[in-house]
Design a protein around this ligand. Structure first.
Ligand SMILES: Nc1ncnc2c1ncn2[C@@H]1O[C@H](COP(=O)(O)OP(=O)(O)O)[C@@H](O)[C@H]1O
Ligand SMILES: [Mg+2]
Length: 84
């Protein structure tokens, strides 16, 4: 998976598999791309390429609300659910 903010690469070739029933912690320094990984899975990063699959279905190009309907929940850090 590869994700960009404008011209800037944020994820460059991430490979990650999470098995059913597994609990996985993603560790990394500030700016490593942890939030971008989760935002990509939730459909919140528009410039995404590569493959991203959930239960055999591609999530690439799906809107975030469609991804949520598949049962993928995203809990943002802090209290920034409603920015306004
Ligand atoms: N909205 C944004 N616009 C431009 N660059 C961003 C944005 N959000 C994150 N980045 C950049 O993407 C990279 C990954 O950031 P991020 O996913 O927030 O890392 P982490 O959550 O691991 O601290 C960093 O280089 C960061 O500066
Ligand atoms: Mg973060």
């Amino acid at each position: 998976m590869r994700a960009r903010y404008g011209a800037a690469d944020a994820l460059k070739g991430l490979n990650l598999t999470v098995g059913e029933g597994e609990i996985v912690a993603l560790l990394g320094s500030n700016g490593a791309g942890k939030s971008t990984t989760l935002r990509s899975i939730s459909g919140l990063v528009p410039n995404l390429s590569g493959s991203l699959n959930f239960a055999g279905q591609s999530l690439v190009g799906l809107k975030s609300e469609a991804i949520a309907c598949l049962g993928i929940a995203h809990v943002p850090e802090g209290r920034r659910v409603f920015p306004g």
